[in-house]
Ligand binder design. Structure first.
Ligand SMILES: [Zn+2]
Length: 178
């Protein structure tokens, strides 16, 4: 086992998921590096670069499910887009989307960025701002109502974000578009 592999196991570093698997001789179980189970003693750890080699002698961990098939990248990105598109009004975070899709936030962030060219956070922000502009233009909803409708519990925070990205306050935007 290399030093960086041991460090990845200790830190449950999801960046190493897929790069190697580790088995624990005393339990007979193998895991992904990101597994949150108790850190084994280093002398009991066996590292495998291919999952099949680990699976030959060890059973998959029920917690990190190293045997579970992962979605192809495009499909995962599409699922993220769907979650964002349907639920932007909720208090969505990267952590929460990742939990629902049963992947690590790190994995989700990187796959989404690679496939779409933008981060999940930017994608969520874009959807929220587009929806907010639409509501400001087409309805008489107050700024507080618009903020709530696009996932901001705090209207002041919403206004700050809006100004930063659109260049005008929500009120100015509404007046300018009528
Ligand atoms: Zn595990």
């Amino acid at each position: 086992m290399r030093e960086e592999q041991w460090r990845a196991i200790v830190e449950c570093n999801a960046a190493f998921d897929g790069q190697f698997y580790y088995a624990v001789a005393t339990t007979g179980i193998y895991c992904r590096p990101s597994c949150k189970s108790r850190t084994p003693k280093p002398e009991h750890v066996r590292v495998f670069l291919r999952r099949e080699d680990a699976a030959e002698h060890y059973r998959p961990c029920k917690r990190c499910r190293p045997d579970a098939a992962r979605w192809p990248d495009e499909e995962l990105a599409e699922r993220v887009r769907t979650v964002i598109g349907e639920r932007f009004a909720e208090a969505l975070t990267l952590q929460r989307i990742a939990e629902e899709l049963h992947v690590s936030p790190y994995h989700l962030h990187h796959v989404f960025k690679r496939v779409t060219g933008q981060t999940p956070a930017v994608a969520l922000l874009t959807v929220r701002l587009d929806k907010a502009k639409e509501l400001l233009m087409r309805t008489d909803a107050s700024v507080t109502e618009v903020a709530g409708a696009v996932g901001y519990g705090n209207a002041g925070h919403f206004a700050t974000v809006f100004v930063k990205h659109v260049g005008r306050s929500p009120r100015e935007y509404r007046e300018g578009s009528r």
